[in-house]
Design a binder for this molecule. Structure first.
Ligand code: HEC
Ligand code: HEC
Ligand code: HEC
Ligand code: HEC
Ligand code: HEC
Ligand code: HEC
Ligand code: HEC
Ligand code: HEC
Ligand code: HEC
Length: 563
């Protein structure tokens, strides 16, 4: 990945040098020196899975926690000086399978002759003559059809067809197209496990049908809830006549245990949907009411209370059930920096606490990104956990734990300075930022925040701006820009010779605006790091240049004495 990043940033540099040296004869510098990314592209489609990982059972014959159900969203942007986010009146969006660099492609969730087994969701239950999907959800599904009607692109003829499927709806308030419940499974068309399958998202002009833009994004999915780690051997599952694997055995044991403890008759009424009795927000569309505890509450609280249940590390605790042992659900910037589930969510009892609403009360980006270099919560050192570098110094900007020290309910911290915050009372996945662009459009999905440790995740960012990481190149969407501090989170023009030459007035009008990211002493901070290698002229004569390698915390002193 580093290698790729280098090559591509070299390309970016060469255009920027050309712009500095010869290309810029517009003397007011207004809007002429932007490095437009892919200048021949007139549109961009930003696409993102709502969650960083979706879990789906593979065996539906005993019970199910979650069905195959991924949700992809897309915004279509017309590039311009003032970019326009297009609505359903003007654009349509579709998805189809596409091979990743390793050749893995996933177009269908149907089992195939030759032993390629993806799931039995659509298979007929011999006891009832219905599909398991129907027995569980009461919905009649075509092969490859999801619970809300979205289909896998191989539906007509799996393995031969790969027909673009339209996004089923458009949310006007969010200005995004949605494909809800695409029933993808983590087994590719060759029978290999791939929890990070790519889909190609295409936007087209709704009247002419002409293609506007495409983007390849991951629909992350895993089926490794490890109930069998503990429940496979603690009961007498050999009573069951058919040859069953460990997971199937464990699931039967769990039903028997539940029946013993709570007087239910689950074992004799398979297949069981746990969410029929224990509400799950993830399956709100199928809820019929009831007053039992929620599914998240019973799972975390009960297991968190069981004495034999391990409690400290992420591997021993959360990864017992959440995709971790084989699949990296936590694989983005924070995961790579060593943060674990508990640093953000708290432990089992915090997650299972009655005081929170599952799926809605979650940690927030702003809980750790509590502001900027001038105004943040890192000074509350006795109640927050600061981020330390290898020498033990704090970065004075970001926290490492989303909740205050000693808070057993792990209530997410709310930032006072909202520079990097979600919208009020909205989840990250539902928040919009700069210009109405979705946070996930510029940062990727939760738990997979760019740069990710998984190559397929990074593909979309690379397609958009040439390298992975936060989308920071203004020219991805803008075709021209005046000099400004009106970019995302108060950013200015990036990689722009006009900005480098003419920021004087901005500093003089409001010196603290620069300090917010460049540091209290204008020394450079993690909020002013170069996203790619940059080369700038040091003065108008053009006889001296400055090279700022990728990752340099830009300080004013890099180019001249501090003002
Ligand atoms: C790390 C070990 C471990 C894992 C993994 C695990 N469990 Fe358990 N579970 C336990 C223990 C221990 C008990 C208590 C056993 C008992 O009461 O006999 C328990 C009890 C239960 C109960 C009975 C609760 C009651 O009312 O007493 C259910 C239901 C259950 N587990 C479901 C699951 C499901 C579903 C999974 C997978 C998503 C799972 N468990 C994964 C260890 C585990
Ligand atoms: C027919 C309704 C029903 C179904 C279906 C059901 N449960 Fe329960 N479950 C209950 C009831 C009732 C309790 C008692 C506690 C309560 O009121 O929620 C309970 C308790 C539990 C507990 C222990 C909670 C505690 O605080 O001790 C766990 C764990 C649990 N269920 C997990 C599951 C899982 C996993 C499934 C799916 C395999 C499931 N349940 C399916 C009705 C159901
Ligand atoms: C015994 C199995 C099990 C273990 C261990 C477990 N989880 Fe879960 N978790 C589940 C299940 C099952 C769901 C899905 C519940 C639903 O659909 O509502 C879930 C859902 C969640 C959710 C989303 C719903 C919510 O409450 O907001 C979060 C967050 C979560 N788990 C965090 C954690 C963390 C953090 C840990 C480790 C401290 C952990 N889980 C350990 C089984 C487990
Ligand atoms: C760096 C912080 C961080 C870490 C580490 C982290 N999470 Fe999360 N998690 C979040 C945030 C933030 C959200 C809420 C996303 C939103 O608002 O849309 C979330 C949401 C979730 C959800 C709800 C579904 C979703 O994707 O929105 C689940 C389940 C979950 N986390 C489980 C886990 C598990 C299991 C781990 C460890 C393997 C983990 N998280 C590690 C920050 C974290
Ligand atoms: C538990 C605290 C915590 C939470 C919650 C958190 N972050 Fe971070 N984040 C950090 C820390 C600490 C770093 C620095 C990591 C390092 O040392 O590389 C970081 C780094 C980043 C970076 C820089 C990545 C890079 O290297 O270019 C981005 C972007 C980011 N976070 C976005 C987010 C978003 C978006 C969310 C919410 C979905 C979020 N963070 C939630 C603590 C957190
Ligand atoms: C148009 C693209 C864009 C959008 C939309 C966007 N961001 Fe950012 N985000 C950026 C850029 C560029 C940076 C880098 C700023 C810097 O390094 O000073 C950043 C940085 C961040 C950081 C990390 C700061 C750090 O410590 O490295 C967080 C957290 C963050 N954004 C959260 C969000 C949230 C939450 C939303 C939605 C409300 C959002 N962003 C929307 C472009 C965007
Ligand atoms: C992913 C697309 C995208 C990226 C990347 C992006 N912008 Fe924008 N920007 C927009 C959209 C959409 C608008 C809204 C245009 C409108 O409503 O007229 C906008 C509006 C603006 C505006 C006008 C804001 C206002 O308040 O009216 C400025 C200034 C701006 N962007 C600067 C920047 C800068 C500087 C960068 C790079 C650091 C940047 N943008 C990166 C999409 C983007
Ligand atoms: C929201 C955070 C933020 C604010 C506010 C900010 N900067 Fe920056 N600045 C950055 C980042 C990030 C970079 C590195 C961008 C890159 O090259 O990838 C940067 C780079 C620069 C550069 C080098 C050009 C470049 O593209 O690398 C100059 C010059 C500069 N800043 C001046 C200023 C001045 C003057 C102010 C105040 C008027 C200011 N900055 C305010 C984040 C900020
Ligand atoms: C990438 C190189 C670069 C960086 C980084 C940079 N500047 Fe400059 N700065 C310049 C250039 C080039 C000029 C114009 C010099 C000229 O006109 O000959 C300039 C001029 C200025 C001037 C007016 C002349 C002076 O020295 O008083 C101020 C004030 C200024 N910069 C402030 C800042 C501040 C504040 C920062 C950090 C936030 C900063 N600059 C970072 C390149 C840079």
């Amino acid at each position: 990945m580093d290698y790729l990043r280098k090559i591509i940033s070299t390309l970016v540099i060469s255009t920027s040098i050309a712009a500095c040296v010869g290309g810029d004869d517009d003397d007011d510098h207004e809007g002429s020196t932007l490095n437009v990314i892919d200048a021949d592209k007139t549109h961009q489609v930003l696409a993102f899975n709502d969650q960083g990982m979706h879990c789906a059972d593979s065996d539906y014959s005993v019970f199910t926690i979650l069905p195959p159900f991924n949700t992809v969203r897309a915004q279509v942007i017309e590039k311009a000086a003032a970019p326009r986010i297009l609505d359903e009146g003007v654009a349509t969006v579709s998805y189809m399978g596409v091979a990743d660099a390793a050749g893995s492609i996933n177009t269908t969730s149907q089992n195939q002759p030759g032993g390629i087994w993806k799931s039995n969701f659509w298979d007929t239950n011999p006891d009832t003559g219905n599909s398991y999907a129907f027995d569980l959800f009461g919905i009649d599904l075509q092969p490859d059809e999801g619970l809300l009607g979205q289909q896998m692109p191989g539906i007509l003829n799996p393995y031969v067809a790969n027909d673009p499927q339209p996004f089923g709806s458009y949310a006007a308030t969010q200005a995004w197209f949605t494909a809800d419940g695409v029933p993808i499974m983590p087994i590719d068309d060759f029978g290999q496990v791939n929890p990070y399958p790519l889909m190609r998202i295409s936007a087209a002009d709704s009247s002419s049908g002409d293609s506007l833009a495409t983007l390849d994004v991951v629909l992350p999915v895993a089926s490794e809830a490890g109930c069998q780690n503990c429940h496979a051997t603690d009961q007498d599952y050999i009573d069951y006549p058919e040859p069953i694997d460990l997971l199937n055995a464990a699931k039967r044991n769990i039903l028997m245990l539940h029946d013993t403890q709570h007087g239910t008759a689950l074992a004799s009424n398979t297949p069981v949907l746990c969410a029929d009795c224990h509400y799950s927000e993830a399956l709100a569309f199928t809820w019929n009411g009831g007053s039992n505890k929620t599914l998240s509450n019973v799972m975390h609280e009960h297991h968190g209370t069981v004495a034999s249940f391990p409690s400290d590390s992420m591997e021993d605790t959360c990864y017992q059930c959440h995709p971790g042992e084989r699949t990296d659900c936590l694989r983005g910037a924070m995961g790579s920096a060593g943060m674990e589930c508990q640093d953000c969510h708290g432990g089992m009892l915090a997650v299972g606490s009655d005081s929170r609403e599952p799926w809605l009360d979650e940690p927030r980006c702003e809980s750790c990104h509590t502001g900027d270099a001038v105004d943040n919560l890192t000074a509350d050192a006795d109640t927050v956990v600061n981020t330390l570098d290898t020498d033990g110094n704090t970065d004075n900007i970001r926290l490492r734990q989303a909740w205050r020290v000693g808070d057993p309910s792990a209530t997410p911290i709310i930032a006072v300075n909202a520079r990097f915050a979600e919208q009020d009372n909205k989840l990250y996945k539902d928040s919009l930022g700069h210009g109405g662009v979705a946070c996930e459009g510029c940062h990727g999905s939760t738990h997979a925040i760019w740069p990710s440790s998984i190559a397929n995740d990074n593909q979309a960012a690379i397609d958009l701006q040439g390298y992975s990481g936060t989308i920071i190149e203004c020219g991805v969407c803008h075709t021209s820009l005046p000099l400004t501090l009106g970019g995302p989170h108060g950013m200015h023009n990036v990689n722009s010779s006009a900005w480098t030459m003419e920021h004087e007035g901005f500093y003089e009008r409001n010196p603290s605006a620069c300090r917010a990211c460049h540091g209290v002493n204008l020394e450079g901070t993690i909020l002013s790091r170069t996203a790619a290698d940059r080369n700038f002229l040091r003065d108008d004569d053009g006889d001296s240049t400055i090279h700022l390698p990728q990752g340099t915390p830009v300080g004013c002193g890099h180019c001249h004495s501090k003002p």
